[in-house]
Design a protein. Structure first.
Length: 146
């Protein structure tokens, strides 16, 4: 029998708080941030005041996409680029899949994937940086030892 670990609401809120704190400490537009569990089901989503509505949908899509291919969306983007696949306009409107950076897998200390975080609202590189900061906050927390 297999046993799986997954993020819960408490961990999701901590990750979202870390992303919003990082956003507040850096110059740029407000963001939307979502956290999903290991089954790609949403645990929590926050949209800062002034964030455009597409960002709220995109942050979830980034979570779903990272979980679907079991790698960060920026890595998936590089994989596509290496095959001469370019960013397609549908990636901005799809609620199913994107390789726009800003979707990052969340793993425990022993490498188990327990969920994903998605950030949207800034440039792809800005979203990625904030998502990485939120992931780092998880890795520095008690939850990382799960």
């Amino acid at each position: 029998m297999q046993e799986y670990k997954s993020l819960g609401l408490e961990e999701a809120r901590m990750i979202i708080d870390a992303a919003i704190k990082e956003c507040a400490n850096t110059e740029g537009l407000p963001i939307a941030v979502a956290v999903t569990d290991r089954h790609s089901l949403p645990l929590s989503l926050a949209r800062m005041d002034g964030t455009f509505s597409l960002a709220a949908r995109m942050c979830l899509t980034k979570c779903y996409s990272a979980m679907e291919v079991l790698r960060d969306t920026a890595i998936a983007r590089k994989d596509f680029d290496s095959r001469n696949e370019r960013l397609k306009s549908y990636e901005f409107s799809s609620t199913v899949f994107t390789t726009i950076p800003g979707g990052i897998l969340i793993k425990t200390k022993d490498g188990n994937i327990v969920g994903a975080v998605g950030v949207s609202g800034r440039t792809p590189q800005g979203d990625e940086g904030i998502a990485r900061a939120a992931t780092k906050a998880f890795e520095e927390s008690k939850y990382f030892e799960m």
